[in-house]
Structures are given as structure tokens and as C-alpha cells.
Design a protein around this ligand. Structure first.
Ligand code: HEM
Length: 435
């Protein structure tokens, strides 16, 4: 009996096309086309898993899957590929183990706790801006895609390892973690390099233990975290999986966001001028508090993450039966929520294709866009690093705008590449100009 015959009630509409969403280069383009034809729910048969995939784009159903009925769902399509790299870290784990790890990790990312990293974020971004200033003076372009990837990697590494990162870089003749930023392929060769990084982390953990050393960084906080119920710390393997998770989850997404941000700003000179005016009103020297209080910078980030959400596809798998608008979803059905589709849903967004950061200035914006604006998802599995990411993006944008204007000099239109993250298909080149 096939899936169709199993259901007494009709299935959601959908194309005859069968494919595994997320595994093909044109997955996003197809989702956009099918959303136009079928609307809030459509079905695609997955030949790889031999089950139905439902793509849902109604805020009530999104809330149902992510919040109200979240216990009926595990992570879905694509999670096995992530598992190869991140073991059983919190991005991947499920059930009681996930809950225990999440409770130990969450406090590290409270706003008050991440405040200790603001100065470091300013320093890293000022160093980047200084390099771009040199390029501006000599008339050389900058590869923004590569540079924002490196700066976000440096920020998360320094937040995790603090001074040990410098020690590591001088013994190893360079930052051994750079491969994470430089090597876009997530294949077996990358997995092997990744394993040697895990060994390095274990060495740092052991050194700190042997010397009884505590540092003001995420690694020390993870080492001292205790399971509330048993009082036990994480085992070494768990600790390493979580560190690797934070490195990967904490850098690629922020880097994609910043890459798109510079492209969008460069295409809207009027916004660039307003941003410059806002940043210029800051008094010198800049403080983290003043940088983080810049409203327009924040709205530009929100709008960038709306148009190009790095996490463009959220996947969940039904454990038990569920129903969406009268359409039954059998156990094993993959439910896909695409922030890319939701963020451009014409029922909820005015002129959805346009870059209009001001839409986030409306006093009711937060309420109005609830469950149609999900760059960091929602519910118990929402992004644990949201505040960290927003702070680093805001600080980066403000520090760069204070020093420079960036003119995009690459080819048009910029193409998207929607794989694990929504990236630009090619690196973006800009000509920096002194202000
Ligand atoms: C613009 C930047 C970022 C975006 C757009 C983003 C987006 C997301 C999304 C969409 C998820 C949910 C995935 C799912 O449920 O399938 C997620 C989860 C997660 N993110 Fe982020 N993220 C960003 C930055 C960060 C940073 C900076 C960190 C850490 C320093 C981080 C750590 C994590 C972790 C650990 C999870 C898994 C949480 C769990 O399942 O309990 N993210 N993020």
C-alpha cells in the first residue's frame, strides 16, 4: 500500500515532481514556485525517504509545530548530515538529553552573560575595518564574503577559548580552526579535519583541568556547568560536541547575514546615508551600549534576515498523527517550514520583495510578525545564540559604517545558494571608500 492509499482523507495538493527538499540545488526555487501555485500547504513526495513532505506557511500551523505541539516532532530532513559533524550536540540531540544540555548551555547566552564579549567584538571588527581602510586608501577591493566569515569565526572562537586561541595559533603556526571558514564543502575530508580539531579542544580542556585554570570564556562556563538534577558535569565527548556545535552554528549563519547585509545596503544608497547619519550621531569613543542602541542599524539587520534568512529551511518529523487545515499528517511525515517563504508571504508583508527596514520600526512590529518572522525560529528549540548573533552583527555594521562606505563591484544579480545556509553563490567583492 502506498502513502496515498493509506489516507482516507485527501492529501494536501502538490506537484507531480518528486524530490528530496534540501538535497538539490534548485530546492528553494522550486519551493518558491510551488508556494505561488498551492499556497499555505503543499506536499512533495520524497523518493529518498519514501514519505510525504508537507511545506507549511500558515502562522497558526507554524506555531502548532514549533510551540504548542512541539513534543510531537523531532528534527527532520538533513539532520543526519549535520550529525556527522556535530555528534550529539544540542543542534542535533533530542528528548531528555537535549533538555539537559540546553539547560546547561542556555545561561551562557543570557544578555548579561554575553555582555563580557562586547569589547572583544568591537576589537575584532575594528581590526577588520582598519584592514578595509588600508584597501580603501590603496584602491584595492575587499572580498566581503571571506572577511565576514573570518571575523565571525574569530569572534566565536575568542568567546569560547579566550587567550588559549592565541597560544594555539602561535604553536600551530596559524589559527587551526580557519578551515571551518575557508572550506565550504561539508564532506568526508572536512569531517576528518574536523575530528583533528576535536582532539585539539580536548587537549585544551585537559590542560585547564590539570592546572585548575578558569577563564572568563564559554569553554570554562561549559566545563563548570552542572546538570541541575544530578549535579554532574558534561562528559568530555559531550563537551566537545557542544563546543563544535557553537563554532559551526555560531559563525556561518552570522557570516551569511552580514554578507547579505552589505549587498542590500550597497543597493540602497538612501538607507546607507541614513545609517551613516545615525552612526555619526554617536559620541566618541564608541561604547558597546551606544552601538547596540542604534535603531536603524538594528532594523537593517532585521530586514536583511527577513529577505535572506540564513536558516531558510526548518525541518521537523512527525512522531504521531497530526492534522493541518483538515489534511492529515501520518507519523514520519516531514514538515518543512521555510522562513524564506514566510518572510515574503504576501498576506502578511507589505511589498514583501522590497528592502524596507522601516517596517520593523512600527510599534506593533513584534506582535504583527509573530510566527511569520522566524530568522531564529521559535519555541523551545529557538536559536540559543540569538542575542550573541544580533550583538555581533550590530557591532560589526556600526563599526564599519563609522569608517567606510562599501560599493558593490561584483556581477548582478547576485545568485542565492540554498544548502545548509542561505548564502550567496559567489563571493561578493566591494570597493571600500573612506568616509
Ligand atoms: C544570524 C545568526 C544566526 C541565525 C540566523 C541562526 C539561526 C538559527 C536557527 C534557524 C536555528 C534553529 C534550527 C532548527 O530548529 O532546526 C538555530 C539553532 C541554534 N543556533 Fe543559531 N543562528 C544564528 C547564530 C547563532 C550563534 C551566534 C550561535 C552560538 C554562538 C548559535 C547557536 C545555535 C544553537 C546551539 C542552536 C540549536 C539550539 C537547539 O536546538 O536547542 N546560533 N539557529
Amino acid at each position: 500500500m502506498n502513502q496515498q492509499e493509506k489516507h482516507a482523507t485527501p492529501l494536501p495538493p502538490g506537484p507531480p515532481d518528486q524530490f528530496d527538499v534540501g538535497d538539490t540545488d534548485d530546492s528553494l526555487a522550486k519551493l518558491v514556485a510551488y508556494f505561488k501555485s498551492y499556497g499555505d500547504i503543499f506536499r512533495i513526495y520524497s523518493p529518498g525517504r519514501k514519505v510525504d513532505t508537507y511545506v507549511i506557511s500558515h502562522p497558526d500551523w507554524v506555531k502548532h509545530v514549533l510551540v504548542t505541539n512541539h513534543r510531537n516532532y523531532t528534527k527532520g530532513v538533513g539532520i543526519n548530515r549535520v550529525k556527522v559533524l556535530l555528534g550529539n550536540g544540542i543542534m542535533v540531540s533530542e528528548g531528555d538529553f537535549w533538555r539537559r544540555q540546553r539547560l546547561m548551555i542556555q545561561p551562557l547566552f543570557r544578555k548579561r552573560a554575553i555582555g563580557r564579549f562586547y569589547e572583544m567584538m568591537i576589537e575584532c571588527n575594528q581590526a577588520l575595518a582598519d584592514r578595509w581602510v588600508e584597501n580603501a586608501i590603496s584602491g584595492k577591493p575587499v572580498d566581503v564574503t571571506e572577511d565576514v566569515s573570518e571575523v565571525t569565526l574569530e569572534i566565536i572562537l575568542r568567546a569560547i577559548f579566550s587567550e588559549d586561541l592565541n597560544a594555539l595559533a602561535s604553536t600551530m603556526g596559524g589559527n587551526p580552526f580557519l578551515v571551518v571558514a575557508k572550506e565550504p564543502a561539508r564532506d568526508l575530508r572536512f569531517a576528518a579535519q574536523f575530528r583533528s580539531l576535536k582532539k585539539l579542544i580536548l587537549e585544551i580542556v585537559e590542560q585547564r583541568r590539570n592546572k585548575g585554570m578558569q577563564r572568563l570564556d564559554l569553554l570554562s562556563m561549559l566545563m563548570s556547568a552542572r546538570d541541575k538534577r544530578t549535579g554532574e558535569p558534561m562528559r568530555d565527548k559531550e563537551l566537545i560536541d557542544e563546543v563544535m556545535t557553537l563554532i559551526v552554528a555560531g559563525h556561518e549563519t552570522s557570516a551569511s547575514g552580514l554578507n547579505w547585509l552589505w549587498y542590500l545596503v550597497s543597493q540602497h544608497p538612501e538607507i546607507q546615508t541614513e545609517l551613516q547619519a545615525e552612526v555619526d550621531r554617536l559620541s566618541s569613543p564608541m561604547t558597546a551600549e551606544s552601538l547596540l542602541g542604534l535603531d536603524l542599524v538594528r532594523h537593517v539587520i532585521d530586514e536583511t534576515l527577513r529577505l535572506y534568512p540564513p536558516g531558510w529551511l526548518i525541518t521537523r518529523r512527525a512522531i504521531g498523527d497530526d492534522v493541518f487545515g483538515g489534511f492529515p499528517a501520518a507519523p514520519g511525515t516531514d514538515i518543512l517550514i521555510s522562513p524564506y517563504l514566510l518572510h515574503r508571504h504576501p498576506r502578511y508583508w507589505d511589498k514583501p520583495e522590497q528592502f524596507r527596514p522601516q517596517r520593523f520600526a512600527a510599534p506593533d512590529a513584534k506582535e504583527r510578525y509573530r510566527f511569520v518572522y522566524l530568522p531564529f525560529v521559535a519555541g523551545p528549540r529557538h536559536c540559543v545564540g540569538e542575542s550573541f548573533a544580533l550583538a555581533e552583527m550590530q557591532i560589526h555594521a556600526a563599526v564599519v559604517i563609522r569608517n567606510l562606505a562599501l560599493r558593490y563591484i561584483g556581477k548582478q544579480p547576485v545568485e542565492m545558494e540554498a544548502r545548509v545556509n542561505l548564502r550567496t553563490a559567489h563571493n561578493l567583492m566591494f570597493q571600500p571608500k573612506l568616509r
